[in-house]
Ligand binder design. Structure first.
Ligand code: CP
Length: 299
């Protein structure tokens, strides 16, 4: 793998290879054995806790040299563009740039550049893609079911604004999962119909294997949009009553951060069927697998 920018650029065997490698890394102590020193910089222009910090842990577990980059004190504040920032990273010898940015598709001009030599990992581009989250979600589903074919997955909530939903619907459909969508109609785009079926949560809650809840992304909504947390929870959230109707083996996922009491009743975040903490834990091993796959191609 040269870059990781969008799930649609990964072949099925590359996805399965990353899942198997992440599983191995999770269960075995692996000593890094890269043939040379590698430098990595994490450039986060949008807020992050999980993606930023789990990439950092993954990088350190792999023995990589992590170069601090703080967008708020960088020359971006003097007007430097993202392209020129990454051009600089490449020129000073940074092998991999993990980037989160509000602009959808920010990565295209970087991977198309003939000068920039750094590999680019998309840590989330606006409402576009979030491939490392998708891969850790796939790992979590594979751990639970050992397959994707025929697994019934319901993606619930603020779908149009969710890069996690977009990455996951594309790849899960390709891997043979049955996808259902639910949530407010105003946050659903009929273009998603090619991946799954838009249904009511209550019509399917007893049949699904995976409930993939999405964060309500207030920061991407028009200002002035009225929103009632209680109404949302009642209509589209995972309430205690809906939890009780889930199949015994069903699992609950959420990329987090969670709006407790909105997408999910607060006490269910750590309930037996919840894999929300497992997703965060899996993020470290999947990000190790991604970095390894990219760096092995650079050695
Ligand atoms: N899931 C996720 O991307 O979380 P952060 O925004 O905290 O990185």
């Amino acid at each position: 793998i040269k870059h990781l920018t969008s799930m649609d650029l990964l072949a099925n065997d590359e996805v399965m290879g990353l899942i198997k490698r992440a599983q191995y890394l999770k269960h075995h102590q692996v000593k890094p054995d890269f043939k040379r020193q590698f430098f990595v910089a994490n450039l986060f222009f949008e807020n992050s806790t999980r993606t930023h910090k789990s990439f950092e842990v993954a990088e350190k577990k792999l023995g990589l040299d992590v170069i601090n980059f703080d967008a708020s004190t960088s020359s971006v504040n003097k007007g430097e563009t993202l392209y020129d920032t990454v051009l600089t990273m490449s020129a000073i010898g940074i092998d991999v740039c993990v980037i989160r940015h509000t602009d959808e598709n920010f990565y295209q001009e970087l991977v198309d550049s003939r000068t920039i030599q750094s590999a680019i990992i998309n840590g989330g581009d606006g409402s576009g893609q979030h491939p490392s989250q998708s891969l850790l979600d796939l790992l979590t589903i594979y751990e639970a079911f050992g397959r994707f074919e025929g697994v019934k997955i319901m993606i619930a909530g603020d779908i149009t604004h969710s890069r996690v939903a977009k990455s996951n619907m594309q790849m899960l459909k390709r891997l043979g999962a049955d996808i259902y969508f639910t949530g407010p109609e105003s946050w659903y785009d009929p273009a998603f119909d090619i991946y799954g079926r838009y249904v009511s949560l209550d019509s399917m809650v007893e049949e699904i294997d995976v409930v993939m809840l999405l964060r309500v992304q207030h920061e991407r909504h028009d200002s002035g949009t009225t929103f009632s947390k209680a109404d949302y929870h009642e209509q589209y959230g995972l309430t205690t009553e809906r939890y009780a109707k889930l199949k015994p083996h069903a699992i609950i996922m959420h990329p987090a951060p969670v709006n407790r009491g909105v997408e999910i009743a607060s006490h269910l975040v750590e309930a037996p069927k919840s894999r929300i903490v497992a997703q965060m834990h899996n993020g470290v091993y999947m990000r190790m697998a991604i970095l390894e796959a990219i760096l092995n191609g650079k050695a």
